[in-house]
Design a protein around this ligand. Structure first.
Ligand SMILES: [Zn+2]
Length: 395
């Protein structure tokens, strides 16, 4: 093994207790999106102790931060991304405590060889993955402009590289009608009926939507009493598609449906769009390198089943701007999904602790490979250009 890689691994072993403690502490103190004050400050503390310079807050978010450790002049800038938000009422049921500790461990481990290598190591604290789109805000605020490669892991039911993700967004739909007593309904305009027309319209449209498109809606306001014609109704729709571009088309179709519901019922629609989580382009050259490094640590990595269902994350937007990996490491059995209490319990299990350390080592070694191997960087960059800029997503 490369002598620098041994230094990296030894340094991660030296801080393994601290990393596991950090993961546990974040797990025991779940904080919701944009409110992750404790987790963000603990992460900053640990990297400061190891000589990183910290910019906080960052990207116009109080709980985002950017910690940097510079090596010799020039060279690529490698960012390890830490997520640390929890879920309402469910604690760390997505295991973001493991992600945070892994990223911190990778950044610290790799920093220990930077006196001899050109480049920069960044630990980027990215809040609010669960619905807040923290990484999208960081992108918008220019915080990825000084980053060349982005690496992270996510705990899961399987060890996987190269899993894609769907573009996703929320659309809120409201209708305003006119209340009337149900004994004299002709005086009313039924807002709920208008909203139901949108649901029906979506079902009619479904058969001609691109493969992979998913629309699920709920009614958030549907009237107060059944003897009154509803004057205000509201619904929320989660829409997913294989690409951001197509997602926008689908959103516009749903908005058109609100206009046809207006024609049918007379109720006035109002729609509110949310930020778009883009589809994900895992960089396979980087992912293969991560796989090789994990396999050196006796952790076998797999490829996704082509029929696998895909989720959505703000890492997708990052993957469109810089070469990115978001690989999965197993902490539960494959039949246990994220956002469950079983997954929350598994996020502090002995296996999760092992994943914190192995994941940190795998990420750090992959970062190291990118730093020192120009031919590898060229391949990564070429794939990024072909796939992302050429719009060829292979899932
Ligand atoms: Zn997650």
């Amino acid at each position: 093994m490369d002598k620098f890689k041994s230094v990296i691994m030894n340094n991660i072993d030296n801080i393994s207790n601290e990393l596991i403690e950090l993961s546990k502490k974040i797990h025991e103190n779940p904080e919701l999106c944009f409110k992750e004050f404790k987790a963000a400050s603990w992460l900053q503390e640990i990297v400061k102790e190891h000589g990183f310079t910290v910019k906080a807050p960052c990207g116009n978010m109080e709980t985002a931060f950017k910690a940097s450790y510079k090596g010799k002049k020039g060279g690529p800038r490698i960012a390890f991304l830490a997520e640390y938000d929890a879920l309402r009422g469910k604690g760390h049921a997505c295991g973001h405590n493991v992600i945070a500790a892994c990223a911190a461990g990778a950044a610290i481990g790799l920093s220990k060889v930077m006196d001899d290598i050109a480049g920069e190591i960044i630990l980027l604290g990215t809040p609010a993955e669960e619905g807040g789109g923290g990484k999208i805000i960081l992108l918008r605020e220019g915080e990825f402009a000084d980053i060349d490669y982005a690496l992270m892991i996510h705990p899961a039911g399987r060890n996987l590289i190269g899993r894609g993700g769907l573009a996703a967004t929320l659309l809120n739909v409201e209708f305003t009608g006119k209340a009337a007593h149900s004994s004299a309904p002709e005086d009313g305009i039924n807002a709920l009926q208008a909203l139901l027309e949108v649901f029906k319209g979506i079902d009619s449209t479904r058969s001609v939507l691109q493969n992979g498109t998913k629309i699920n809606g709920i009614i958030t306001a549907g009237g107060e009493a059944s003897n009154i014609i509803t004057d205000y109704a509201a619904g929320e729709f989660t829409i997913r598609a294989r690409s951001r571009d197509y997602l926008e088309e689908v959103v516009n179709k749903v908005i058109k449906l609100t206009k046809s519901a207006e024609i049918i019922t007379g109720a006035t629609p109002r729609t509110t769009k949310s930020m778009i989580y883009a589809e994900r382009y895992p960089n396979m050259i980087m992912a293969e390198r991560f796989k090789a490094n994990m396999e050196y640590l006796e952790e076998m990595m797999n490829y996704p089943d082509p029929n696998m269902n895909l989720g959505s994350s703000d890492i997708g937007n990052v993957s469109m701007e810089v070469p990115t990996i978001h690989s999965y490491l197993k902490i539960v059995e494959p039949d246990i999904s994220g956002h469950t209490k079983e997954f929350a319990a598994a996020s502090v299990s002995p296996r999760a602790e092992e994943v914190v350390i192995k994941g940190a080592k795998g990420l750090a070694m992959t970062g190291y490979d990118i730093l020192v191997d120009q031919a590898l960087r060229e391949k990564i960059n070429q794939e990024f250009k072909d796939k992302v800029k050429g719009g060829k997503n292979e899932f």
